[in-house]
Design a protein around this ligand. Structure first.
Ligand code: FE2
Length: 289
């Protein structure tokens, strides 16, 4: 592995906010609306994880989206997806669902289990203005279909973008998202190259802590990674090391769009007028027409 010359530092640690969504599903909103500009092109990250069916059994009944992509990655449990474009899929452990809402989708995500653990992430990725009204799209990538890179003590599940020359399950022009699930044995190290202008963050979900440079990132914390464009050389990636209990984390990075962000609940457009149009279209039954 080529050593990085100027790995990114942690700019800020974020705890996230406990909330509920859908029909009472308990989750932690890690990437909140006030961070959308800083973490452009990412709009939201929810982490859910519970062994109590009462926290998830209501699921997410039919609801609309327009103007962006929802990316769901399951660690434990099963959810059934159905949408207005006629797509249906079962989200299972280790699997990825990539839904492009485009001009409009109405979908449901309902637990397909009565008990047991439910754990995973939902990430919202913005679409550039030119693609916000494109036709919706949907992909299910099952766990065995997720490419992996392995070295001693390190497994990287490459969900999107690439890592160590391994192309991920999903590639996107424009936002060029990188989405990795990284598993580290105790004391193991990993480096990922990232373009200096891309916004990046990671979220630790197993292990006591992850060292990013000399900053310890504890479990259930997000670390926003600094973009050092002016450095000499500019920042070239991120270098991490697990502590004595090992660590698992997701790493997310992408090219900022630099466009205005207007959000009203499940609609994310560029202007207020486009949001009003989205609500009118939804109320008139035209969102998915
Ligand atoms: Fe949704």
């Amino acid at each position: 592995m080529d050593a990085l010359k100027n790995p990114r530092k942690v700019e800020r640690l974020v705890q996230g906010q406990a909330t509920s969504d859908g029909a009472g599903v308990k989750l932690v909103r890690v990437l909140t609306q006030d961070l959308q500009r800083r973490l452009d092109p990412f709009l939201m990250l929810d982490a859910f994880g519970t062994e109590n069916p009462g926290d998830y059994i209501g699921g997410f009944p039919d609801h609309p989206h327009r103007g962006f992509e929802t990316v769901t990655y399951m660690l434990q449990g099963r959810m059934r997806h159905r949408d207005s474009a006629g797509n249906e899929g079962l989200l299972a452990p280790g699997g990825l669902q990539w839904m492009t809402a485009g001009r409009g989708v109405i979908h449901s995500e309902m637990p397909e289990q009565q008990d047991g653990a439910m754990e995973g992430f939902q990430l919202w990725l913005n679409l550039p203005a030119r693609d916000k009204m494109r036709a919706p799209g949907y992909r299910d990538i099952t766990s065995p279909e997720v490419p992996e890179w392995q070295a001693e003590g390190v497994t990287v599940r490459v969900l999107a973008g690439s890592a160590q020359g391994v192309a991920g399950a999903v590639q996107r022009d424009g936002t060029e998202p990188v989405f990795l699930d990284v598993h580290l044995a105790p004391e193991a190290r990993f480096e990922q190259r990232l373009p200096p202008g891309h916004n990046a963050f990671l979220y630790v979900y197993r292990g006591d802590m992850l060292l990013v440079g000399d900053t310890a990132v504890r479990r259930q914390r997000m670390a926003i990674l600094a973009n050092d464009r002016a450095g000499d050389p500019p920042s070239d990636g991120v270098a991490v090391a697990a502590g004595s209990t090992g660590a698992r984390f997701i790493l997310v990075a992408g090219q900022p769009l630099g466009e205005p962000i207007a959000q009203y609940g499940p609609f994310v457009m560029n202007t207020r007028e486009e949001l009003v149009q989205a609500v009118e279209d939804f109320n008139a039954g035209r969102l998915v027409a």
